[in-house]
Design a protein around this ligand. Structure first.
Ligand code: LLP
Length: 432
C-alpha cells in the first residue's frame, strides 16, 4: 500500500498502477493532463459509509453532492449504487434526473435562488431546500410544494481547510437561528405538509466529535420547533463535510465511529423531543470521490532557478485547489516510484500566475526528467469541476476505470473549444 489504505494505488516494479492500470500506459493512451477515476474505489467509499450508518440507523441515506464531481459517468456509478442527489442548481437537477434519480431523492439546495430556479424545482417535484425566509415569500407566487426543507445556519462551522466554512456569522449560507421558527410556521400556514431540516457547516472534517456536535445543535433547534408548531420532520440532513486525509501525516476518518457518535446523539435527541424516527441524510461529495481520482501530468520543463522548479502540463487551470486554498495534494513520481524523495522543488504549471504552484518546497526525487509522469493524489473531488480555460488552456480529459478497463468519460478539449461560441463582429473584421 503506498498511500492511505488505498489498495487501488500500487507500486509495480517502480511504476504507479491505479485500479489495475499502469498510469504510464494511461498517459500514453489518453494523453495528459488526465483525470483518472476508479469505479471500484467510489463504490467501496459509498458502501463503507452506507454500511457504517445503516448498522446504527437503518433509516439512513446518502445524497451525492454532484458539485464535487459532476461527470455524468461518476454520477451514474453512484446513482446505480443507490445514492440520491444534492443538487446545487437546475443543471445539477437535470444531471441527477438523467442518471435516473427520482425527483423525491433529489434535494435542491441552491443558494440565492432566482424565481426561475424555484419554479423549476416546484414544477418538477424536486425537493426544495430553502436558505432564506424571503424565498418562501416568493414561493407564494410560484407555487407551494407539499414538501419543504430549510437550510439553517446554526452559527457554528468548521473546516479542515482554510476558506471552507459554510456556517457561522460570516457565512453567506442558511437561515439564521432567529428566523428558523418563523420559516417553518409560515411554511405550515401556507399549506406545506412535510418537512425536512438541513445544515452544511464545514468541509473536509477529520474529527469525529465535530459531527456529534453539529447533530446535537441541529436537533436542539429542530426539536423545540417541531413540538411548538406540531411539525414532524421527515428527514434530518446533516450535509457533507466528511474529510479525507490529503497529507501523509493525517489519519483516515473512521466513518464507523462518526456514524456511531452521530446516531447516539441523534437517538438521544429524537427521544428527548419525541420526534419519531426520521430519515437521516448525509450529503457527501469529497468522501465518495476524492481518493477515487488522480490527476496525471507530464513534466514539460525543469528550471534550476533560485529554487528548483518542475513545470507540468497541469496547473491551476487543471486543479485549482492549491492556488485557491493553499491546499496540499500529495504527488507521486509515477514513472519511477522507487527513486527516493530527497530534493526540494516547487511543482508548477504553465499559467502566467505565480500562484500556479501545485507544490512548494516539496521533497521529490532528483532524477525527475522532462517527459516524466506525475500523479496528483486526491484529485477526484473539486478537481476537474473547478478547472478552467484560463491562459487559453483547453480542459483535461477524464477516464473511468471499471473492472480493470479504462474508458474515456470526457474528451480532452482542443483549440476549437476555446473559441466555440465566440463571434468577432463583421465591423471589426472590416477594419482590417
Ligand atoms: N451539501 C451541500 C449543500 C454543499 O454545499 C456541499 C459542498 C456538500 C454537501 C458536499 O460537501 P463535502 O462532502 O464535499 O464536504 N471547493 C471546496 C469544497 C467546497 C464544498 C462546497 N459545498 C474544495 O475544493 O475543497
Amino acid at each position: 500500500m503506498i498511500w492511505n489504505n488505498i489498495s487501488e494505488l500500487e507500486n509495480r516494479n517502480g511504476t504507479l498502477y491505479f485500479d489495475g492500470c499502469s498510469t504510464v500506459k494511461l498517459a500514453e493512451t489518453f494523453g495528459t493532463p488526465l483525470y483518472v477515476y476508479s469505479e471500484n474505489r467510489i463504490r467501496s467509499n459509498y458502501r463503507r459509509l452506507l454500511e457504517g450508518y445503516q448498522k446504527q440507523y437503518p433509516r439512513f441515506k446518502a445524497y451525492y453532492a454532484i458539485k464535487s464531481n459532476n461527470n455524468p459517468a461518476i454520477l451514474q456509478v453512484l446513482a446505480n449504487a443507490g445514492a440520491g442527489a444534492d443538487a446545487a442548481c437546475v443543471n445539477e437537477i437535470l444531471m441527477a434526473k438523467a442518471a435516473g434519480i427520482p425527483p423525491e431523492e433529489i434535494l435542491y439546495s441552491g443558494v440565492y435562488n432566482a424565481d426561475a430556479d424555484l419554479r423549476y424545482a416546484v414544477e418538477n417535484k424536486v425537493r426544495l431546500n430553502l436558505e432564506d425566509l424571503s424565498q418562501l415569500d416568493r414561493l407564494e407566487h410560484i407555487g407551494i410544494p407539499k414538501f419543504l426543507c430549510f437550510r439553517i445556519n446554526p452559527g457554528i462551522g468548521g473546516s479542515g481547510q482554510e476558506g471552507l466554512v459554510f456556517a457561522g456569522p460570516d457565512a453567506k449560507f442558511g437561515i439564521i437561528e432567529r428566523d428558523i421558527e418563523k420559516a417553518y410556521a409560515k411554511a405550515k400556514a401556507l399549506g406545506v405538509e412535510q418537512f425536512g431540516i438541513h445544515m452544511m457547516t464545514g468541509s473536509n472534517i477529520l474529527s469525529v466529535p465535530y459531527f456529534e456536535e453539529i447533530v446535537e445543535k441541529l436537533l436542539d433547534l429542530a426539536g423545540p420547533i417541531g413540538q411548538k408548531l406540531g411539525i414532524r420532520f421527515d428527514f434530518i440532513d446533516i450535509g457533507g463535510s466528511l474529510g479525507v486525509p490529503y497529507r501523509p501525516n493525517e489519519a483516515e476518518l473512521d466513518v464507523d465511529a462518526v456514524a456511531k457518535a452521530v446516531v447516539n446523539t441523534l437517538r438521544k435527541k429524537l427521544a428527548q423531543y419525541n420526534m419519531g424516527e426520521p430519515l437521516l441524510l448525509h450529503e457527501p461529495g469529497r468522501y465518495l470521490v476524492c481518493d477515487a481520482g488522480i490527476l496525471l501530468a507530464r513534466v514539460t520543463s525543469i528550471k534550476e532557478g533560485y529554487k528548483r522548479f518542475i513545470g507540468l502540463d497541469a496547473g491551476m487551470h487543471t486543479l485549482l485547489r492549491p492556488a485557491l486554498y493553499d491546499a496540499y495534494h500529495h504527488l507521486l513520481y509515477a514513472s519511477n516510484l522507487s527513486a527516493s524523495s530527497d530534493t526540494p522543488a516547487n511543482v508548477v504549471g504553465q499559467v502566467c500566475e505565480n500562484r500556479d504552484q501545485l507544490a512548494k518546497d516539496r521533497l521529490l526525487p532528483s532524477c525527475i526528467e522532462v517527459g516524466g509522469l506525475f500523479a496528483v493524489l486526491n484529485a477526484g473531488a473539486y478537481g476537474f469541476c473547478m478547472s478552467s480555460q484560463y491562459n487559453s488552456q483547453p480542459r483535461a480529459a477524464e477516464v473511468l476505470i471499471s473492472n480493470g478497463k479504462a474508458e474515456l468519460i470526457r474528451e480532452r478539449e482542443t483549440y476549437q473549444n476555446l473559441i466555440q461560441g465566440t463571434r468577432v463582429p463583421d465591423t471589426l473584421r472590416a477594419a482590417l
